[in-house]
Design a protein around this ligand. Sequence first.
Ligand code: S3P
Ligand code: PEP
Length: 448
Amino acid sequence: MTDTPALHDLWPAPFAEAAVHATVTVPGSKSVTNRALVLAALAAEPGWVRRPLRSRDSQLMSDALRALGVGIEETVSSSSADGDSGEAWRIIPAALHGPATVDVGNAGTVMRFLPPVATLADGDIRFDGDPRSYERPLGQVITALRALGARIDDDGRGALPMTVQGGGALEGGTVEIDASNSSQFVSALLLSAPRFNQGVEVRHVGGRLPSMPHIRMTVDMLRAAGAQVDTPEAGGEKDVWRVAPGALLGRDMVVEPDLSNAQPFMAAALITGGTVTIPDWPLRTTQPGDALREIFTAMGGSCELTEAGLVFTGTGKIHGIDVDLSEVGELTPGIAAVAALADSESVLRGVAHLRLHETDRLAALTAEINGLGGDVTETEDGLRIRPRKLHGGVFHTYDDHRMATAGAVIGLAVPGVEIENVATTAKTLPDFPKMWTDMLAGPTGAGA
Ligand SMILES: O=C(O)C1=C[C@@H](OP(=O)(O)O)[C@@H](O)[C@H](O)C1
Ligand SMILES: C=C(OP(=O)(O)O)C(=O)O
């Protein structure tokens, strides 16, 4: 189940000789694609996922669903209800069954969203993944599923590997979990809940819940698929979500561009004093990346939503920022990279749970920015970044796609940065190196 990362491959991060001016079309959102696949697989009728992300995480999700019996036909369509064209996956739900093995890689969405799906299958579903997946927390999902009626065989550590002994159905009901380590625990239980006999009531008990926009994304997408969901925002109790049992509809879902993966390109405009346009930026979205409009504006840029998409412009001036990133934790590596190049100190708060992401991101960012001469210290719940003149060197990425893109951002402003294993960006953005060089080639380059 392990990938053999090309640990010693070094990619010379391109240095920006001039301000960047480019239009960058960003592939679909990982979070939307993987939710859409799960919801379509659990529906009572076939549906479509249009403009899906094609990356390691979405491949792992579709491979796993196929292993459980779901049909996924990858097509290039020329029409749909809204006149959209491009890649589209036809999802054909089926009775879920084992025996099967699910490789979760290091995808939080796969390792958290699929165990509840597996409880609905008939037979044993074994979950395994990259070495890091053994360290990422899953115990709250395992305990919650057992409380809802599931049989799971694990080694008692609250982590992978494990086997869900699917009984073909799950009773469901009310369950308490502590989701302060990952919002994905809540999303996982909600996404499959329309198929539980009693639906679910999830009560979060514990510290602050991170990544709330991702829970809103789960709720919005469930509702779009016909589920009835009660939420705290809709006048319900704080930290309590309810999903009623009922059939999910086969929908035609169009995946938005991944706004968190727009981040390095926007950062390029910010730090070089250039302009980057991101087509199809949604006017309304639950993606956390939408917060970049505000955060990167506070750090010195400006932006405008136009017919052409989001036009983001930098002045070349980069300001530090004191910001709570709890809601948008996955943006932290890219913000830290920009902060390391700023004209004043930054404090990034509310992201202690990043220690449990693809790698311990707080330790990794501290080590790697400091390795280039920076001055970053870890705080209890984030990072303090005091900009200093940086020098070239190897930027290690710890198999973390967002470490690789963060290193590339620094490399635009610091000559001689080499990114170790840039191929790790395949988790969510397989074409990153080419997209990056196309962007630097400017409006006449392929990125235009
Ligand atoms: O539900 C999702 O799609 C995600 C939720 C967040 O997880 P955490 O709440 O664990 O940070 C986010 O960081 C991750 O990239 C994607
Ligand atoms: C935390 C992330 O991923 P995952 O879905 O594996 O949790 C991320 O993409 O930043």
